[in-house]
Design a binder for this molecule. Structure first.
Ligand code: RB5
Length: 154
């Protein structure tokens, strides 16, 4: 299950992503917003990110005007690694190296076709583990303690 959310600016892009996921046969849950009425993206980022953090949804995709605000908000939820992307290379590498569990995009930045290419690369990317896990463990420790406990200069 993929958690989706947007603000009013990202609404149309989110709808394009929904149609794409439907065509791929991938289930999703839309946490809003549901109308073009002006709203605040942190509220919807929080709903989608919490569903991912709780394990109710495996991954999440969120949209606002730039993808920036909604990704910052999603990343405030413990356990979330949300990448804000405007090209497919970083989307793929963010899965392979950073094990991102959320993707954010901006409707004012990327067009529909590019956005769907980014979604596809992100969904196809598989976490490689290995040396990358040390860094993710450091990020997790930083999130939990506010410190880097041990410096691993490799
Ligand atoms: C809303 O005007 C806009 O600020 C929002 O969609 C997003 O771009 C924030 O990062």
């Amino acid at each position: 299950m993929i958690a989706l959310a947007s603000d009013h600016v990202g609404l149309e892009l989110k709808r394009e992503i929904m149609a794409h996921l439907e065509a791929l046969g991938l289930p999703y849950k839309d946490f809003g917003t549901y109308s073009a009425e002006r709203c605040n993206y942190p509220e919807f980022a929080f709903l989608a990110a919490s569903a991912v953090a709780r394990g109710e949804c495996e991954k999440g995709i969120v949209c606002c005007g730039t993808g920036v605000g909604i990704s910052i908000a999603a990343n405030k939820v413990k356990g979330i690694r949300c990448v804000c992307c405007s090209e497919p290379y970083s989307a793929l590498l963010s899965r392979q190296h950073n094990n991102t569990n959320m993707l954010a995009m901006g409707s004012r930045v990327v067009g529909k076709d590019l956005a769907l290419m980014i979604v596809d690369q992100w969904l196809q990317g598989k976490y490689e583990g290995g040396r990358h896990q040390i860094r993710l463990d450091e990020i997790q420790a930083l999130e939990e303690t506010g410190e880097i406990a041990k410096h691993n200069f490799l």
